[in-house]
Design a protein. Structure first.
Length: 358
């Protein structure tokens, strides 16, 4: 990690003290307990949805209907993605329990079951993205993308003038690339953004191979072996599942940081960022429907992204209550707070891609 990068200190203590006091004074221990109970309820709900979709595939109550097979696989992908949004992410930040082993079990099981390495993603998410969101050379989520320019501080290639046109195709293949390529690339990468001299032990490789093998076994091998559908039909359904899941994943996440309204702060010659830590989280994040309990229930609090970056240890189920306080305190300090509708944020994202490519 690059320890030379520091945040500007002006107003940090005063703003943070005011914000944290107002937020923690806004809910009681009973409110927090209810939010955590709701978090566990959502885990049961989405996990049941996920397992039921898989068991339905194995049981095959719809006979030889190819359309129903497509729908079944789609449900597996959708439920798995929503499970990751609503449970894996919170478990990664330790919000389910004070016991780390409980959070780890939930996180690794729900995340690895999607065919993606929980361990490798957690390193990038906590030690890079959450520290330096949208900072060139410090945020693994924007660095190291040869096809899409996500930051105005990145070099521009000639073909990127079309990135707002071809990005939907790449977005649709996102999970396919992540499952079968990206994890293995990251396993071998020594340097990524602010993560330097990474040297993973051999058991990381063994674990990664096992994760992929178990995933392929339950999602492809068992259906191919036991169901009366051809291999090509099952592979087509699997691809459709990945495309649907990729689009849900991408269009929920990319508008939270990559829009016309969000900023991409640069480090000066002394290694100092232009904003204090809390202000940085505000200006690099985008919210959509942040006070909607329904959207929060569906998307796991990603719609309340400012609240998540400022209070990652709180359960996302309390974010709709926290966000109005963040907006109010930010307004008093003259800090920018970004919020749009989801469609508005997606539109802004493509305007952003077009601007950075042109």
């Amino acid at each position: 990690m690059n320890k030379n990068v520091i945040f500007f200190k002006k107003d940090e203590e005063k703003f943070s003290a005011t914000l944290y006091r107002n937020v923690h004074d806004s809910f009681s221990k009973k409110d927090l307990n209810f939010a955590k109970a709701l978090l566990w309820t959502k885990l049961v709900f989405y996990f049941s949805f996920f397992i039921a979709s898989i068991l339905t595939l194995y049981y095959n109550p719809y006979g030889d209907s190819f359309i129903m097979l497509i729908i079944n696989y789609s449900f597996i992908g959708i439920s798995g993605t929503l499970l990751a949004f609503n449970s894996s992410h919170d478990a990664c930040h330790g919000t389910f329990s004070k016991s780390n082993w409980v959070n780890d079990i939930i996180f690794h099981f729900t995340f690895n079951s999607q065919g993606i390495s929980a361990r490798l993603w957690k390193i990038r998410h906590l030690a890079s993205h959450h520290l330096f969101s949208n900072v060139d050379g410090c945020d693994a989520d924007i660095d190291d993308n040869p096809f899409i320019r996500f930051s105005p501080n990145h070099p521009k290639k000639s073909f990127m003038k079309f990135q707002h046109l071809y990005s939907p195709l790449l977005y649709s293949l996102y999970l396919l690339i992540w499952i079968f390529i990206k994890d293995f690339v990251y396993l071998k990468k020594k340097n990524l953004a602010n993560l330097k001299n990474q040297n993973y032990p051999t058991w990381y490789t063994i674990e990664l191979v096992l994760v992929k093998a178990i995933y392929l076994f339950y999602i492809l091998i068992i259906p191919i072996y036991f169901l009366e559908f051809s291999v090509s039909q099952i592979l087509v359904c699997y691809m459709i599942m990945l495309i649907i899941s990729s689009n849900i994943f991408i269009y929920t996440l990319v508008p939270t940081h990559f829009t016309m309204e969000t900023e991409f702060p640069s480090i000066d010659e002394n290694g100092v960022l232009p904003y204090n830590f809390s202000q940085h989280q505000l200006i690099t994040s985008m919210d959509f429907y942040p006070t909607s309990k329904f959207v929060t229930f569906l998307l796991g609090g990603f719609n309340c992204h400012a609240a998540h970056h400022l209070f990652p240890s709180l359960p996302h189920t309390i974010y709709p209550k926290v966000t109005p306080i963040i907006e109010n305190v930010a307004s008093k300090f003259g800090y920018k707070y970004n919020v749009l509708t989801l469609l508005g944020a997606i539109k802004s994202h493509f305007c952003f891609l077009k601007k950075l490519g042109s």
